[in-house]
Design a protein around this ligand. Structure first.
Ligand SMILES: [Zn+2]
Length: 284
């Protein structure tokens, strides 16, 4: 009996010590999702039926139709935001088929993971299902989960959804079966991590090769988490046109309010180049 009491005392002392370390670490002001997480689970007076996860953070915005209804510009975020990722579970085991980053015509805001139709897809963290929807030309069947740690995750191209809107899910719970629906060539899971609607490269949070979280506390900073914003702005500003019959560089320049020299520089071509019908030329 005495030994058991000593062991319990040691465990308790360790817990208190671990907690105080976290508090000290976060002495500067930041959006406190960690304390919110503890509040949800420890405060019996909280009505879990009416409060969605991270409601304080998301200003009670809870819609079932839009992935990003929050209109929160990245510039308005605090300099560092601490996210408790300790209850992470890998959504599906598989190698990465496409990374977060630029694609030819649109930015890819997720990580693609190989799976086979019917493979299970698991919630990355605990939370509540916010969106279940279908997009024929995009995500196919997809789910969005709001997590207690403040992140939201997107699971797309699913073959079968196994949860309902508003359902509470635990980290690692099977929420869907993977598939190849929507704009997808080959079965895979398109997986996104977002904070207040803004996409974060999942591979900065998760080590997909090892199947584990990189750090139990992920610190969102503008430099690390949203490094891609200037590339997105550039891509949005980029414009291509298709050469029509009778076009030459002069006509393209005049029609698009630019100069021959600028078009040549953007495309790495000479001013004497003869354009082919159907060829794509970058204008901006
Ligand atoms: Zn994808």
């Amino acid at each position: 009996m005495k030994l058991r009491a000593i062991i319990i005392a040691i465990i308790l002392a360790n817990c208190i010590n671990a907690n105080s370390q976290i508090i000290q670490k976060h002495a500067e002001p930041y959006i406190d999702t960690i304390n919110y997480y503890h509040k949800l689970f420890n405060d019996a007076t909280d009505d879990l039926m009416e409060n969605h996860p991270a409601d304080d953070l998301y200003k009670n915005i809870w819609t079932n139709d839009r992935i990003n209804p929050y209109s929160t510009p990245i510039d308005s975020l605090n300099d560092s935001i601490h996210i408790d990722c300790s209850d992470f579970h890998l959504p599906t085991k598989g190698y990465i088929t496409s990374k977060f980053g630029p694609r030819r015509y649109r930015y890819h805001f997720g990580t693609d993971i190989k799976l086979y139709v019917g493979d299970s897809v698991q919630a990355a963290f605990s939370g509540e299902v916010r969106i279940i929807d279908y997009e024929q030309r995009g995500y196919g069947h997809y789910i969005v989960v709001r997590h207690r740690n403040g992140l939201e995750t997107v699971y797309a191209h699913l073959s079968k959804v196994l949860v309902e809107i508003g359902q509470t899910v635990k980290s690692g719970e099977i929420i869907a079966l993977g598939g190849n629906t929507g704009r997808s060539s080959g079965s895979h899971l398109h997986f996104e991590t977002r904070y207040l609607g803004n996409a974060i490269d999942p591979s900065t949070i998760i080590n997909f090769e090892l199947g584990s979280i990189r750090d139990s506390i992920y610190v969102i900073t503008k430099g690390k988490s949203f490094y891609y914003q200037s590339a997105v702005a550039t891509q949005k500003a980029t414009k291509y046109v298709t050469v029509r019959s009778g076009d030459n560089l002069g006509k393209l320049a005049a029609r698009n309010g630019t100069s021959i020299r600028s078009i040549c520089r953007l495309n790495g071509i000479k001013e004497t180049k003869v354009l082919k019908v159907g060829e794509r030329i970058r204008i901006r």
